[in-house]
Design a protein around this ligand. Structure first.
Ligand code: FAD
Length: 467
């Protein structure tokens, strides 16, 4: 069968790419090795983790905050089976939505593992036998898989990845989390809210270290205070063993050399993800990979092999669903002769702890490193009426602007609903707004977004109203 475009992988990179290709009039096929479409994000990533984060947040609030609101509850209890089932239902509905969109856009779906035979021929092992499909343009959107570290073997029973953590049948008493990145903090939050003691062991001297460092510091403080997290920063995990009903973890401080031993009942290994290109036949067609196994692409997201493109987690860059989707749209529009553009600097990063953490643009550390003259304004959520009403008092908005031109350079937030609030900052940065612009726009009262206006007022010359 011949197509104009074949997309390999149906995650947020692949399925969005396929839809945009179809919208632009290309005869399009998508190939997915699993029965369910949607990739990591819909099946074992963004969506199920947010479903569990929402459920666990409800429980945590009911247990810890309802009484203050004057709401009494007797016999509050957790039905973990139902919680997991609701999460599965959310995933099922979302996946069904993608299946519908494929049909609506007349995209042929091939369920089976795809392998390049030539640069424009793919063979797919389907349950109906091998299918061979061809297209002058093939997009690799095969995503990523969890990565481990030396000394740690994931047994999927007690030494687990985020995928198994989404389906536990009991609430851990003591959950060890290797890696203080986004996934570790999110899954740790789920189980801490449900009653687990959570200990995070992080190699670096900060958590969520890729974001502005002030965010990590505040997140650590809040997780310690609100959920009783313990952190071992600057610790290198050497070994983890499953002893049947417990896991024992050994680590060494990178500062003092002191060894520690921790025991828990589960250990989540959230030390990052690696690109997935297994049995894809890339060697056969000569696609170049970098040292970390990522597909190397040029400014049009084309590999070194003409007609073969790659997007999403499988190429260098942030491993985020919306980054993958932007790249999916980019290649489709490039195929149509348009001139799309992605401003990678303005792709927001988000952590769905509570409070949520988000950031876009340059971090303060980056500005210092490059010697960029900057000014800064911060505003704490606790000074907002909206925050007092909902008792969401932790966190702040921090705005970085150019010292001389006042152009916005970065916005970093830890606070209630900051995953949504950051969109305002993305628009402002995209339009190259100044801090003054953000400061003078009207923000509805009472809303959490008023903290953005106040931080912008602070950045433009120490004139926040409510501080
Ligand atoms: P994927 O979603 O990984 O999809 C790749 C697809 O390709 C898979 O379905 C795979 O089966 C298929 N495939 C691979 N090889 C072949 C082959 N040879 N033939 C056929 N099919 C193949 N990102 C966010 O932006 N926000 C979040 O809140 C968020 N939360 C996350 C939570 C967790 C627990 C995890 C693990 C990740 C989270 N992410 C989040 C990251 C996000 O899931 C990824 O960045 C995103 O899924 C990458 O999209 P992709 O299309 O590149 O690849």
């Amino acid at each position: 069968m011949n197509y104009d475009v074949i997309v390999v992988g149906s995650g947020p990179g692949g399925y969005v790419c396929a839809i945009r290709c179809a919208q632009l009039g290309f005869k399009t096929a998508i190939v997915e090795r699993y029965a369910a479409l949607g990739g990591t994000c819909l099946n074992v990533g963004c969506i199920p983790s947010k479903a569990l984060l929402d459920s666990s947040e409800h429980y945590h609030n009911a247990k810890n905050h309802f009484a203050t609101h004057g709401i009494g509850l007797d016999n509050l209890r957790i039905d973990l089976t139902q919680m997991i089932k609701r999460k599965d239902d959310v995933v099922k509905q979302t996946v069904a939505g993608i299946q519908f969109l494929m049909k609506k856009n007349k995209i042929d779906v091939y369920n089976g593992h795809g392998t390049f035979e030539t640069s424009n021929t793919l063979s797919v092992q389907t349950s109906d036998g091998q299918k061979v499909i061809q297209a002058p343009r093939i997009v690799i959107a095969t995503g990523s898989k969890p990565a481990s570290i030396p000394g740690v073997t994931i047994d999927k029973k007690r030494i687990i990845t985020s995928t198994e953590a989404l389906n536990l049948t009991e609430i851990p008493k003591h959950l060890l989390v290797i890696g203080g990145g986004v996934i570790g903090l999110e899954m740790g939050s789920v189980y801490a809210r449900l009653g687990a003691k959570v200990t995070v062991i992080e190699y670096l001297d900060a958590i969520i270290a890729g974001m502005d460092r002030e965010l990590g510091k505040e997140t650590k403080k809040v997780l310690e205070k609100q959920l009783g997290f313990s952190f071992y920063l600057s610790h290198e995990v050497k070994q983890v063993q499953n002893n049947g009903d417990a896991v024992v973890l050994q680590a060494v401080s990178r500062e003092t050399g002191n060894a520690i031993e921790l025991s828990g009942d589960y250990c989540i290994v959230s030390t990052g993800r690696k690109p997935y290109t297994e049995n894809l036949g890339l060697e056969k067609i000569g696609v170049n990979l970098d040292k970390r196994g990522r597909v190397i692409v040029d400014e049009h997201l084309q590999t070194n092999v003409a007609g073969v493109y790659a997007i999403g987690d499988v190429i260098p860059g942030m491993m985020l669903a919306h980054k993958a989707s932007e790249e999916g749209v980019f290649v489709a529009e490039h195929f149509a002769g348009q001139h799309p553009h992605i401003n990678y600097r303005n792709i927001p990063a988000v952590v769905y702890t509570w409070p949520e953490v988000s950031g876009v643009g340059y971090t303060e550390e980056e500005l210092k490193e490059t010697g960029t003259p900057y000014k800064k304004g911060s505003f704490p959520f606790r000074a907002l009426g909206r925050s007092r009403a909902s008792m969401d008092l932790d966190g702040f908005v921090k705005i970085l602007a150019h010292q001389h031109t006042d152009e916005l350079l970065g916005v970093h937030i830890i606070g209630p609903r900051s995953a949504d609030i950051i969109a305002e900052a993305v628009v402002a940065l995209e339009f190259r707004a100044s801090a003054e612009d953000l400061a003078i726009f009207s923000h509805a009262h009472p809303t959490f977004t008023e903290a953005v206006k106040e931080a912008a007022l602070a950045a433009t010359g120490n004139r926040p109203i409510h501080l």
